[in-house]
Write a new protein. Sequence first.
Length: 271
Amino acid sequence: MPELPEVEITRRGIAPALRHRTITAVTVREPRLRWRIPVGLAATLLGARIRAVRRRAKYLLLECDRGTLIVHLGMSGSLRMVGAAEPPGPYDHFDLAVGDRVLRLRDPRRFGAVLWHAGNPARHPLLSHLGVEPLSPAFTGARLHAATRGRRAAIKQTLMDHKLVVGVGNIYANESLFRARIHPRSPAGRLSIERCERLAEAVRSTLRDALAAGGSSLRDFVHSDGSSGYFQQRYFVYDREGAPCRICGSAVRRVVQGQRSTWYCPKCQRR
């Protein structure tokens, strides 16, 4: 699934082509995504002017003069800017045209979403409960420490709780915990303020490095221009079971937490 860096890179790629442009056509080829594309969305969007392209967690927000188009890439989705004459493929379910350029959603597994909200997008049910943005000044070690007091859950699963902090999926949770030298099974509520500060900084640095590398291109994800990221070439632990740790040489281990694989170094991340 595309995580925060991949969604942010997509936002940066499509924003210049969409910002301050008028929507000239909308095509819905397959409305049955994770949630059905609203009936009448094409009529609602036609002639609307896109004021800004923003991101909240893993959601892309196309803010128009009439409301906000909310897009989620799901498990396998990607957004690309293509020419209006480029024929769609079998998994290209939604087009939004601005003149001779088209924003096209490709989603083989149809777990993505294209929704409309006429009011303040922060009040939409999918967005209203979301936690702090990890790259914002509000995400600090002190805040993480306060939010985890009394939590018995492991820090890996806690870090992926979008009500606490958004956008840190499985890839970047694994990588951040390695950088912070924290065992993924450590109880969140027992982490000291010092370790929370180290973890918050590790989350920020991991996400920033992923952004600089163009994100992780795994399975279906590509940039808005069709290119790929290469952060997966720099993973310390994710998907490296049995491979030597890049720091100490110990074999990377894998365990399952909450039905998700977790990778860690038993020497660098002692309990």
